[in-house]
Design a protein around this ligand. Structure first.
Ligand code: ADP
Ligand code: MG
Ligand code: ZN
Length: 607
């Protein structure tokens, strides 16, 4: 609170100063006058004095030009030929048409000017920085975090209840891997006496929301050691050198408190391959990364500081980070499978009253692709919706609504669509839905909606009938056709395509390119994959490392184009054969805006 007040006052003072400067300069700014008019006024004897400065002259008149104003000061821009203007003014002075004429040398910056300016600027920035640091460091207590460049690591022993492995559901293998670390942190001596080498760094790899942060906290909770956490994006600051000094300070603090955990979230933000980004290196980030490497090498193997880091982009990490003695242990934290989802749902269902029709195992079955965070969010949204409806228990219907909300973002019912937009969206979504029904071997349509939600104008929700980790080529092509269904329907029904398909097209291109470069499934480049050596997909622009020649790059482009063109022709044909179904669904959507799975089935069957 105190911080907010201070910053507020600071801001007000700033605004007042800037405002008054702007205001006063506005008030005093002289009027402009044409050069030719000036010459006339000189001839008429109306001009008192002229000061020439650069290519502009300040004029002082003997009297105001008209009675209604009292302005006597004017500014005149002198024509490019300044010497001739100067000659004229001198002449006028000689002829006593004007009283004074002087030439002021153009204003040059005094030597101390930039110094004073930059000192002022630094003081301003410093004050602001200290204030914001104070807020950041609030939870740490003490004066540690006030200085610029000090680590923003949060020590979270006291700021929340400790997390244990029991709070992390369904990640048994991962927990097993981390168990060793916990044992070490609990009793380092036992390991040291046996000469065992405990990993310094463990990299947790997995998509967002899979519980990486939670796991790191659980390790410290289980071992009962302090937990320092910092996010990679915190390191990357505007000031060169700040990131590196943060790293230094972070490890200094950690070593004092060993045994302890240092958790670096989003390590890819700072740990990207050096020199990999196009358009010049990022010095600040590289310095930070170098410092991190130095620190990791700088303390002994069994000093009791264990570094956990999390990322969802292991492919972009600098190889130096993965070398032995650094993050040499890697643990994959994947999306939960059906059993895992049920366990996670059970954890977060605690303390929530459910109606009898709610079966968590059934809910786990219909939520493939949901992360732990999504599931937690799903149950929380259900509770919120139930409370809003003044009900006492959470029922199945509410959970279904919440599931759509988690998948698509909240509906924006207030958003007004023009009739044309509505029509385009209705046929677009109908195209997706019909394509799913016609060709998908593994998906059911759950709902088709043209109510804008989240970022999308409308959506077709479908769910796989089962979890799948591998896809066949024909399934990938199916996905492409489904994604193209929207645009194809627009073309068939409205004879025109819209911009609404851009994210569909992105997906189409991604899948098609993966078929060729990642899975080796294309006709001409069978069983060959192309990409950077870390296994990331070749996309020609991300890291600029492509292990293929120009000719091969051309073939790749051709293959991709062929896959997409071919799929689009198939999509058009499919929808044309079923044009009456497309029209019917489009009409119903225009009328009702939302069609649920069973109703969709009956519309599909009826025509
Ligand atoms: P990540 O760091 O991988 O992005 P988080 O650890 O921040 O994910 O997870 C966010 C939230 O999701 C957690 O606070 C927790 O409520 C929930 N969650 C994720 N995975 C699990 C899990 N395996 N068991 C229980 N809850 C989970
Ligand atoms: Mg996280
Ligand atoms: Zn679409």
């Amino acid at each position: 609170m105190k911080y907010l007040k201070k910053q507020g006052i600071f801001l007000i003072i700033f605004i007042v100063i800037v405002g008054s400067i702007a205001f006063s300069s506005m008030k005093n700014s002289p009027q402009n006058m044409d050069y030719s008019r000036l010459l006339t006024e000189i001839q008429a004897g109306n001009v008192n004095s002229i000061v020439l400065e650069g290519d502009s002259a300040q004029i002082q008149l003997n009297a105001a030009l008209d009675e209604n104003s009292d302005i006597t000061g004017y500014n005149v821009t002198v024509p490019p030929d300044i010497t001739s203007a100067s000659d004229r003014f001198t002449q006028a002075l000689d002829n006593q048409l004007i009283q004074t004429y002087s030439i002021k040398p153009p204003w040059t910056m005094p030597w101390w000017y930039p110094i004073v300016l930059s000192i002022g600027f630094i003081i301003l920035l410093g004050t602001w920085f200290t204030l914001s640091q104070r807020q950041q460091g609030g939870s740490m207590g003490g004066n540690r975090a006030t200085a610029m460049g000090k680590s923003r690591a949060k020590l979270s022993v006291d700021d929340q209840k400790t997390v244990s492995f029991a709070d992390v559901a369904g990640a048994d293998e991962v927990k097993e891997e981390l168990e060793e670390i916990v044992e070490f942190l609990k009793a380092p001596d036992r390991f040291v006496e046996l000469g065992a080498r405990i990993p310094k760094g463990v990299l947790l790899i997995g998509p967002p929301g899979t519980g990486k942060t939670l796991l790191a906290k659980a390790v410290s909770g289980e071992a009962g050691v302090p937990f320092f956490s910092i996010s990679g994006s915190d390191f990357v600051e505007i000031f060169v050198g700040v990131g590196a000094s943060r790293v230094r300070d972070l490890f200094e603090q950690a070593k004092k408190q060993a045994p302890c955990i240092v958790f670096i979230d989003e390590i890819d933000a700072v740990g990207r391959q050096r020199g990999a980004n196009m358009g010049g290196g990022n010095d600040e980030r590289e310095q930070t990364l170098n410092q991190l490497l130095v620190e990791m090498d700088g303390f002994g193997i069994n000093e009791g500081v264990i570094i956990l880091a999390a990322t969802n982009r292991p492919d972009v990490l600098d190889p130096a980070l993965l070398r032995p003695g650094r993050f040499d242990r890697r643990v994959i934290v994947g999306l939960p499978d059906i059993k895992g989802r049920e366990q996670i749902l059970n954890v977060h269902a605690k303390g929530k009253p459910f109606a009898d029709d709610v079966k968590l195992d059934e809910l786990a079955r219909i939520t493939p692709g949901f992360s732990g965070a999504d599931l937690e969010n799903l149950l929380n949204e259900s509770a919120l919706l139930t409370a809003r409806e003044h009900k006492k228990v959470i029922n199945n219907e509410v959970i279904k609504e919440a599931a759509f909300k988690v998948m698509m973002g909240p509906e924006r019912k207030s958003h007004v669509m023009s009739d044309q937009d509505k029509k385009v969206t209705a046929y677009h979504e109908a195209g997706h839905a019909i394509a799913i029904k016609l060709i998908s071997s593994s998906r059911n349509v759950d709902r088709v909606s043209i109510i804008p939600s989240g970022m999308a104008g409308g959506y077709t929700a479908s769910r796989p009938t089962e979890d799948q980790s591998y896809h066949t080529k024909s399934q990938l092509i199916e996905e492409i056709i489904i994604a193209l269904g929207g645009r194809a329907a627009e073309e068939i029904v409205l004879n025109e395509v819209s911009t609404g398909a851009s994210s569909d097209l992105k997906r189409v291109n991604q899948i098609a390119r993966n078929i060729v470069t990642k899975y080796g499934m294309s006709d001409h480049l069978t069983n060959m994959i192309f990409g950077d050596e870390n296994g990331g997909s070749y996309d020609g622009r991300d890291y600029g490392s492509q292990n293929c020649s120009n000719e091969v790059a051309n073939i790749i482009d051709d293959e991709v184009k062929q896959i997409i063109d071919h799929a689009y022709q198939r999509t058009l044909a499919l929808l044309k054969e079923n044009i009456s179904k497309l029209h019917k669904l489009g009409e119903v959507l225009l009328e009702k805006e939302k069609v649920e799975g069973p109703e969709f089935e009956s519309i599909f069957m009826a025509v």
